[in-house]
Design a protein around this ligand. Structure first.
Ligand code: IMP
Length: 446
């Protein structure tokens, strides 16, 4: 096995999955960028342009929605079959990267499905109709694209998009969509269908031209690369509780954001996965609707949002914030078979006198340790906390100095906070991020 990223004795293995252990926005982009230095290939396996990954390099900030974050390290970037691709967004990202002079080594799965212009309209329209029962989607057309994929007859794949058959395939799909197109006023009557189709063909054919050189059998490529001893990093989008099967359904996204998605979403079998890293933010956030037991709507929530810059990368929406919830983390450990944790944004907690960590819930007078499937039950759960002492504010250069020295240089109360999490979850915390830049990262051998 190739252990080329085992430079500090921490991260080894030839295929590593990086997965969100909470509700997305855990800082996966930074962790992937950090690890990408030691890998050959970075692969996205789920979601679409609902995801937003922010990576800071020097004084530049990059925001990606579709292309894996590792592309900044000029690694081979793969978009797997489990991703839904909005070609307009993808072409925009390709052009941005080219204009930044970043060498682009991109492969796009021919089996991935395409987000069409009507998917966005359906997504927003359906949300409006839900009234007070909104999911709080990003409005990027993700749910409707995956729904069409599952229907089997109403979806366009990347293979269709770049083939000669695109127009014929689109006609068939649009015929099946007439009532929805009428409902959401995309056509006035059935006669408007041809004109609507021509407009899509014109726009999407130009995207097809720009992406077709990247389209290939990415499962074949990834498996061959693993055979050759290459190191592959699988980058999950969103987080465990937004997974369509294991999350807080129906307040979830429409894909498998958990580690299992790395296999189905890329065509690499489970036996080939060596290591699974759960990314955890030092507190909890959620965008969109759905239960959130440790949510704080008072000054703690406000502090975390403003200090942590907790506003959506994709939509700019303020994120709901609250204390760290280890019931969620223990659940994430089980669902994803986590080997280790990467803890992010620990610096954001500085300046708080007391810190709380949720260790269990109280439901109908009973203490529960397992994350409930029922939304109604989850809404009634009251978090049970342990309280710890906080730590003083530190300047950015002080954090950087600490990162250079390593874990032991952290203030005592920071170490106590990290050790408490480790003690509860019972897996190593191998990466600790104490700031947005690459230099503000500690590898902890524990
Ligand atoms: P959708 O994925 O746009 O359908 O949105 C479904 C739910 O997932 C909503 O609550 C969104 O706010 C949430 N969501 C989707 N993508 C992300 C993400 O990248 N980070 C955090 N939440 C997300």
């Amino acid at each position: 096995m190739n252990n080329a990223i085992d430079t500090e004795g921490t991260v080894s293995g030839s295929s590593i999955v990086v997965v969100g252990a909470q509700l997305g926005d855990e800082g996966k982009g930074k962790i992937v960028d950090f690890l990408a230095e030691g890998v050959d290939i970075v692969v996205r396996y789920n979601g679409g342009c609902n995801a937003g990954h922010t990576v800071k390099v020097g004084n530049k900030t990059f925001k990606f929605h579709l292309i894996p974050s590792g592309v900044i390290q000029e690694k081979i970037a793969v978009i797997g079959n489990g991703v839904v691709i909005d070609p307009k967004v993808l072409v925009g990202e390709i052009e941005t990267l080219k204009s930044e002079g970043i060498q682009l080594n991109l492969l796009i799965s021919h089996r991935a499905h395409v987000t069409m212009p009507y998917h966005r309209v359906f997504d927003e329209g359906k949300e409006k109709k839900r009234g007070g029962e909104k999911i709080g989607t990003t409005g990027k057309g993700i749910g409707p694209t995956y729904a069409d994929k599952m229907k089997r007859t109403e979806s366009i794949t990347i293979l269709d998009l770049v083939s000669e058959q695109f127009s014929k395939k689109l006609s068939k799909v649009l015929e099946l969509k007439v009532s929805e197109l009428l409902e959401f006023k995309l056509i006035k009557n059935k006669d408007g269908l041809e004109n609507y189709k021509q407009k899509i063909i014109e726009e999407y054919s130009s995207y097809a031209e720009k992406i077709k050189e990247f389209v290939s059998d990415t499962s074949l490529f990834l498996n061959k690369s693993l055979d050759e001893g290459k190191i592959v990093l699988f980058e999950g989008a969103q987080g465990t509780l937004l997974d369509v099967d294991h999350g807080t359904y129906p307040f979830v996204t429409s894909s498998n954001a958990t580690a299992g998605g790395a296999c189905t979403g890329t065509g690499v079998g489970p036996k080939r996965i060596n290591r699974i890293i759960g990314v955890v933010k030092a507190y909890t956030t959620r965008v969109g609707s759905g239960p959130f037991p440790t949510e704080s709507t008072d000054k703690t929530g406000y502090f975390l949002r403003e200090r942590g810059g907790e506003y959506g990368t994709t939509t700019g929406r303020p994120r709901r914030c609250g204390w760290l919830d280890t019931v969620i983390l223990k659940y994430a450990k089980r669902i994803n078979s986590l080997d280790e944790l990467a803890l992010t944004k620990l610096d954001v907690l500085s300046g708080m006198r007391k810190l709380k960590i949720c260790t269990a819930y109280e439901l109908n007078g009973k203490v529960i340790n397992e994350f409930p499937a029922s939304i109604e039950e989850l809404e009634k759960c009251k978090p049970l906390y342990v309280e710890l002492d906080g730590w003083e504010e530190l300047e950015r250069n002080e954090w950087k100095e600490i990162a250079r020295k390593g874990f032991e240089a952290l203030p005592k109360n920071v170490k106590t906070y990290v050790n408490k999490i480790k003690e509860i979850i019972k897996i190593p915390i191998t990466i600790i991020s104490i700031g947005p830049s690459r230099e503000e990262t500690i590898i902890w051998k524990n």
